[in-house]
Structures are given as C-alpha cells and as structure tokens.
Design a protein around this ligand. Structure first.
Ligand code: PMP
Length: 446
C-alpha cells in the first residue's frame, strides 16, 4: 500500500490524481477537467494557482523556514496576527496560530478551561455543543461535535459533553414567528445549563452558519442574540467555529458579523491560507486574554508547527485578497448559482435549497410533505455526488448527521472567485445529477 486514502465516507480509494489546477478547474492525470464546486472542502476560497503565493512561500523559506514559537516570533506571524485582529469583529485581538481547524477548536477548548481556572472556577470544564455539528476530527473537537456519523466508532473515547438541538429552521417544530422559534431554540441552552449547573460548564461552541453537517443553515439573528445573553449570564464562553464559513464565504468577512454576535473565542482555518498551506487560528477576546495574563496563568499548549513562518507568509499574502469588493461579488455569485438551481424546485426529492453567500445546501428528502429523510443505506447524497462528478463537477456530499432527523444533502461552495461559465456548468451538472437519482428512486419530476 502506498498512501492510505480511505476516509469517513467509506468510498473506494479510486481517487483520481489531480495534476494541475487553476481558478475553479481541476485537471486529472487523464487530462479531464473537473469544475471544483466545493473549493476542496470549502478551503480554496481564492481559486487554484493563485498568483503570488509561490513567491511568498519561496521568499520566506529562503529567509526563515522555521523557528519555535515557544521562544521566537517572525515578521510573517506578527503581520498575520495584526491583520486578523483588524479583520475580526469585536475585541478579538489576540491570535493563537495553529495548523488545522481541529487544532483551533482544541485550543479554544483549552483556553476556555484555562480562563475559568484562572478566575477561580475550576469546576467549569464541560463544552456544550449541538447535534448536527462538526468541529474537528481530534478527540476534544469531536467530543464537542454532534455529527453522529463521524462520532460513532469513537464514542467510548469521547468526553460525554452535553448537546442541544441544531439551529435548523427547516426542521424546527417550535411554534410562532421565525424570531420566536429562534429564541425558543436558543433557550434549550439555558435549560441545559441550569439543569447541569452553570458551575460545571466552561463554554458553548457552535458553527454560526452550518457547514458539513447541515450546510448553509442560518437561524434568525434572535437565535445568537439569545445565545450571547445566555453565555454572558451564566458565565460560559461563546466559541464560534468559523473554520468553514469565515473569510467571505457568507458574503461578509465573518458570519458572526452578519448575525450581529461577537464570540469570546473564534476558530478560523481553511480560508486563512485558502488551501495553500496548513494554518489556522484561535482568536481570543481581550477580556479572556487579559484574565489569563492578569493571573499569570500559563497556557500549556503548543504544536511544533504553530506559527510556522512559511504558512504565515502564505496567509499574510492571502489575507490581503479578502476585500469588501470580493465579498460583494460573493453575494452576486451566490445569487446567480442559486438561480441555476431553480429547476430543482420541481424535484420531489429536494426538501430545501438553502443559501448563505456562496454556500448552498441542497437537502434531499424521501417525502417533501413530511420531510422524511431517505434511508441512509440508499446513499442518495453520494449518488448525486457521483452523477455530478460524471457530469464534470466536484461537489461536497453529506448525510446521516443526526440519526433519523436530518436528511442527506449536497453542499456547493465553489471558490469565491468562481466565474459565470463555471457557475452555469455547476448548476447544469447538479440539476441533471439530482434528476437522475430521483429518476432511479422512482420519483417523477413535477
Ligand atoms: N470546524 C468546522 C466548521 C469545519 O468545517 C472543519 C473541517 N471541515 C473543522 C472544524 C476541522 O478542520 P480541519 O479539518 O482543518 O481540522
């Protein structure tokens, strides 16, 4: 065996080799072109073969390739920290640089713990998460995650941290207006914290806009207003996980901005280097950073490659590309992509098409009236993925995220720079792929 490929989706390791990539296009060893409608895994925000990145890497490697951040810093790291502090909302002014989204969440979990210990509340350790969420593959991040498909085998190794239901308006059964429903859903957190005892809870972690588990779900802003109130009132830190949706995916610099909520800790990844080097960050609010400093509390946490200068040099270059003009274009491109999917309104297997910025979630259902999901064994999302790939378009399928509650879905999240031709190609390929699977399942298009 050469490289071990088999990953959670359980697919055969027949991965095509990609030998070239530019813009939104991947080129296989056979010379076939594939439109990248998933930007890798919502990573390649600025498209493939971005000019200037290779130079930044080479210049940094020739200058300083590595120093230990336990004892040194570099201009690249300082510059990225400064830019992140300026870009992110509220008083999130300190950046702790690590290498992956999972590590950014691990750092947030430990920082929350340190914060409470420093303040003399050492019984606070639980991290409340939500079902149908994903915060990373490492054991701490997975314990905080509610994606059951990704947890199953590892349950015995996971801390038994409590969960509330997802922010999932399509499947909420609360009464009242969207705002009332949002408040009712958020109050699940309050009930849980009261029941468990606030003195045991360190933090609440959530993806402000849903990612791999239930893509493009965004509740009414009242939801996060209420979450913020509850966290502040009961002394929990609010950790926002924008590893997938940060840096413009939602058509704003960060999803929190659009939702009008400021977290205490913010996990960032993917778009930070737009896929060109492994780097991620945990942004820390002034109040948390000051508490740790005032109490002279050491943060016993580090990875060998934290603040790697080459990754930082790439991020430094990439961050300059996230401009208000790009975010405005993201909103336009998102609307256009949504328009190409209009024929799916007639599909009997499509329950909902959700869009936030340039992220789209297509949720498949066996019955549109009851919203009953397909049997997971029918592999509906994977089959749509296969059919779209046959049509030359790479997408991001998912399913089984909440046992029996959520359906399969397909996420579309092309590079933020995607052009009109690629958008049309994506729409055409996806509509035809969905119709084909509906046909195979015996549904007539209305
Ligand atoms: N959080 C979110 C919201 C994610 O989407 C992901 C990755 N899909 C992660 C955390 C984990 O990031 P990584 O795979 O870089 O460890």
């Amino acid at each position: 065996m050469g490289v071990f490929y088999k990953w959670g989706a359980g697919r055969d390791p027949g991965h095509p080799e990609i030998v070239d990539a530019h813009g939104s296009t991947l080129v296989t060893a056979d010379g076939d072109e594939i439109v990248d409608a998933a930007a890798g895994a919502a990573v390649v925000n600025l498209g493939h073969s971005l000019e200037g990145v290779a130079d930044a890497m080479a210049e940094q490697a020739e200058r300083v390739g590595y120093v230990s951040t336990s004892h040194f810093s570099t201009p690249a790291v300082e510059s990225v920290g400064g830019k992140l502090a300026a870009m992110t909302p509220g008083s999130l002014n300190a950046a702790f640089l690590v290498n992956s989204g999972s590590e950014a969440i691990e750092a947030a979990i430990k920082l929350a713990r340190d914060y409470h210990v420093a303040r003399g509340e050492p019984t606070r350790e639980a991290v409340v998460g939500r079902w149908a969420s994903y915060h990373g593959a490492t054991l701490g991040a997975l314990a905080a995650s509610g994606n059951t498909a990704r947890r199953t085998t590892y349950e015995p190794s996971l801390r038994d941290w409590p969960k509330i239901g997802p922010a999932y308006p399509y499947r909420w059964e609360y009464e009242g207006s969207p705002e009332e429903q949002a408040v009712a859903a958020a109050r699940e957190l309050e009930r849980l914290v009261r029941r468990r005892g606030p003195e045991t809870v360190a933090a609440f972690v959530a993806e402000p806009v849903g990612g791999s588990s239930i893509p493009a779900t965004r509740p009414h802003p009242a939801y996060y207003r209420e979450i913020r109130r509850i966290c502040s009132e009961y002394g929990l830190l609010f950790v926002a996980d924008e590893v997938m949706v940060g840096f413009g995916r939602t058509g704003e610099s960060f999803a929190c901005e659009g939702l009008g909520v400021t977290p205490d800790l913010l996990a960032l990844g993917k778009g930070l280097s737009a896929g060109y080097a492994p780097i991620s960050a945990t942004m820390v609010a002034d109040g948390v950073a000051e508490t740790l400093e005032d109490h002279d509390h050491p943060f016993q946490h580090g990875h060998t490659y934290s603040g790697n200068p080459i990754s930082a040099a790439v991020a430094d270059r990439v961050l300059d590309r996230y401009t208000a003009d790009l975010f405005a274009a993201v909103r336009r491109r998102g609307r256009r992509l949504e328009t190409t999917l209009e024929p799916l309104a007639r599909s009997r297997i499509v329950g909902e098409i959700r869009r936030v910025g340039l992220q789209i979630g297509i949720e498949f259902v066996a019955d549109r009236e009851t919203k009953a999901p397909f049997d997971p064994d029918a592999d509906v999302a994977d089959r749509v993925y296969d059919a779209a790939l046959e049509n030359g378009v790479y997408t991001y399928p998912g399913g089984g995220s909440v046992d029996g509650q959520a359906g399969d879905h397909l996420m579309l999240a092309p590079p933020l720079t995607v052009d009109d031709d690629a958008i049309e190609a994506i729409g055409e390929a996806v509509v035809s792929a969905v119709n084909r699977v509906a046909d195979e399942e015996g549904y007539e298009t209305t």
